[in-house]
Design a protein. Structure first.
Length: 199
């Protein structure tokens, strides 16, 4: 809560300074930005805490409809407040579409700052989890591969040994020792992160 209050306070005074720069009417700009702040917050929070989770559920049509409605509602409410405090000329009415859209895009641009910060924070928080999941997936794939290879490997090797015992017992002994070393490696050494492949 404190971080959110700090963010909106900083954004508020930044907007006041930006639009009131080189002007003596800071009081007026403070009122104007204060009228715009609720619309910015509505767009930002609906996007951050409703639209982004729905995005991962792939509810794109629902997101588009809701964000459009919130955008239009925030724009019209802010525009109406400007009309009420007589910020516009007298000929600007409550349903002046160009003014409403201009006000809406300004609200959206400011709300986007909060959304970008939120997305960046989520990315940094989830990066270790993504890395861990990727490592777990690779280990599971490697384990599955080993389990698939072992029966075929043993079957072929034993067939070769069976034929070699009669023809060349000495070679068969060497092959059995080699098979023993391979099985020892697969059982006891292949799970290490680093494996020496030769001297």
């Amino acid at each position: 809560i404190a971080q959110h209050i700090l963010f909106w306070t900083v954004l508020y005074f930044f907007d006041v300074f930006l639009f009131g720069f080189d002007s003596e009417r800071y009081g007026l700009f403070m009122k104007i930005v204060a009228l715009e702040l609720p619309g910015m917050m509505a767009l930002a929070y609906v996007t951050m805490y409703w639209a982004i989770p729905k995005f991962f559920e792939r509810r794109y049509l629902q997101i588009g409809i809701v964000l459009t409605l919130v955008f239009l509602a925030s724009s019209w409410v802010t525009h109406s407040l400007f009309v009420a405090v007589k910020w516009y000329p007298d000929n600007v009415g409550l349903w002046d579409v160009p003014k409403i859209l201009i006000r809406g895009f300004y609200l959206f641009a400011n709300a986007a700052i909060a959304v970008i910060i939120k997305l960046t924070k989520l990315w940094y928080e989830n990066q270790p989890r993504v890395t861990e999941m990727e490592s777990t997936r690779m280990e599971a794939e490697l384990k599955t591969l080993r389990e698939q290879m072992n029966p075929h490997f043993l079957f072929n090797t034993l067939n070769n040994l069976y034929g070699l015992v009669e023809r060349s017992p000495a070679q068969a002994q060497e092959m059995i020792m080699g098979l023993s070393r391979i099985l020892h490696f697969m059982l006891h050494e292949s799970n290490q992160q680093q494996i020496r492949i030769g001297d």
